[in-house]
Design a binder for this molecule. Structure first.
Ligand SMILES: Cc1cc2nc3c(=O)[nH]c(=O)nc-3n(C[C@H](O)[C@H](O)[C@H](O)COP(=O)(O)OP(=O)(O)OC[C@H]3O[C@@H](n4cnc5c(N)ncnc54)[C@H](O)[C@@H]3O)c2cc1C
Length: 400
């Protein structure tokens, strides 16, 4: 039983471990030069004074001991419906089953091109983070495009590195997908208090070389900004072209069923690239769980055993950096919903719940996580969460 895994992130590594432990032969292809690492630690790596401990998921010996054939620098440029893969650097290899675990990539703005690539960096993979790390040591001013959680974490860490930081966000408020306007105003106040400059409701239209090695960031509704380098954090993009070429059904991502099977026999997908039942925000926890399950199901499929279904876990957003804290799960208030404020201290603190028809459907907190776990537990059981994920309204069984 020879299984090929394309992509060595959380999902790929988790699947490889399960398959190798059960006696399967595993070859895992990674497009990157370095050992698989914890992607959520990249902002800390990019901006931190020290290289974070445990950046890498396992050391090299671990893969050898497990019998996992990890091939770094081995981007796969094509695969077939018959589970044959074609590495970009040459050759071809046939497998009994395949797992596609290629994750996502950064959305790049139209003004990102060769002439600006040396001053604009997405914060997505190890190589990007290493470039940013070099700039942090020598430079003073950074502009971060995108006011989501990755942009905010980068800003807090850059400020801690004594850089002058500006976040430019095109929406009128930060983290609009996870927080109400009111909560978001508290986030903005908290960032401004930490000397982070915010330009909201403002879009970058161009980034150009300026004088003395500086960079000019041109924005829609304001004067341009000079800085030394730019970090791009405007979301994730998913490349489904390899799968589509092989004849696998794709939508926004690779479509899988509840067993993480794609539309082609013997080809599975897991992690951020897999879409079940609908595209979900990237989550390390979900990728890990899917990777384990895919490992199990691939072996079961090969041996004629029983496959297990995937159940999407609730994925709250939780972030803490020093005394800056954010938590959000479920829905944010929309017109017609009831936003119940538990605590509000202008500029400092927000705790609120969302109710639809008197049923709790969301919880958001800024500056605290007091009782967040309690509300989260009350909000969803696994079953009701599944319903909310894609199948209309749930009746969460815990009301608070
Ligand atoms: C900066 C940052 C911070 C984050 N912070 C958090 C957080 O705090 N909490 C959280 O839950 N989530 C966080 N996420 C999201 C989380 O990292 C992802 O959800 C998770 O890494 C997905 O795992 P994955 O295995 O599906 O894919 P990935 O981790 O993206 O790994 C996929 C791998 O496949 C490789 N690959 C792609 N194409 C090919 C190919 N053709 N051939 C070979 N290899 C290929 C890629 O190079 C990559 O190494 C963060 C993401 C980023 C970018």
């Amino acid at each position: 039983m020879k299984v090929g895994i394309i992509g060595a992130g959380f999902a790929g590594v988790a699947a490889a471990e399960i398959i190798a432990e059960e006696g399967g032969e595993v070859v895992m292809f990674s497009a990157e030069e370095v050992l698989p690492y914890f992607r959520p630690r990249l902002p800390e790596f990019a901006f931190g004074q020290e290289i974070p401990a445990n950046l890498f998921i396992h050391d090299r010996e671990w893969y050898a001991e497990k019998g996992i054939d990890l091939r770094l620098n081995s981007e796969i440029s094509a695969f077939t419906a018959g589970c044959e893969v074609f590495p970009k650097n040459g050759g071809r290899e046939k497998f009994d089953a395949l797992l596609i675990a290629t994750g996502g990539g950064p959305v790049l703005p139209p003004f990102f091109h060769e002439s600006t690539a040396k001053t604009m960096f997405p914060l997505w993979n190890y190589a990007d983070a290493l470039e940013i790390r070099k700039r942090v040591k020598s430079d003073k001013q950074v502009v971060i495009i995108g006011g989501g959680i990755i942009g905010i974490e980068a800003a807090l860490r850059a400020e801690n590195d004594r850089l002058d930081v500006t976040i430019i966000e095109k929406m009128p408020h930060l983290m609009a997908r996870n927080f109400s306007k009111r909560a978001s105003e508290v986030i903005a106040a908290q960032l401004r208090e930490r000397n982070i400059n915010l330009l909201l409701d403002n879009s970058v239209i161009a980034v150009k070389k300026a004088y003395n090695g500086t960079t000019m960031v041109e924005i829609e509704n304001d004067d341009g900004l000079l800085c030394n380098f730019v970090v791009i954090a405007i979301g994730a993009a998913f490349d489904t072209s390899l799968a589509a070429m092989a004849g696998v059904k794709t939508d926004h991502r690779i479509v899988v069923d509840e067993y993480l099977r794609t539309s082609l026999p013997g080809i599975f997908a897991a992690g951020d690239i897999a879409q079940f039942p609908q595209p979900a925000p990237g989550s390390a926890k979900a990728a890990l769980e899917q990777g384990k399950l895919a490992g199990h199901n691939i072996l079961a499929w090969l041996k004629g055993g029983k496959l297990r279904p995937y159940q999407a876990p609730p994925v709250p957003l939780r972030f803490k950096y020093k005394d800056f804290e954010l938590c959000s799960v479920g829905k944010i208030p929309r017109i017609g919903d009831q936003e119940v404020i538990l605590d509000f201290e202008a500029m400092k603190l927000y705790r609120g719940c969302v109710y639809e028809n008197s049923v709790l459907t969301g919880v958001q907190m800024v500056g605290t996580s007091k009782d967040f776990n309690k509300y989260q537990k009350a909000l969803f059981t696994r079953e009701t969460w599944q319903k909310l994920m894609g199948m209309g309204h749930a009746q969460p069984d815990g009301k608070t």
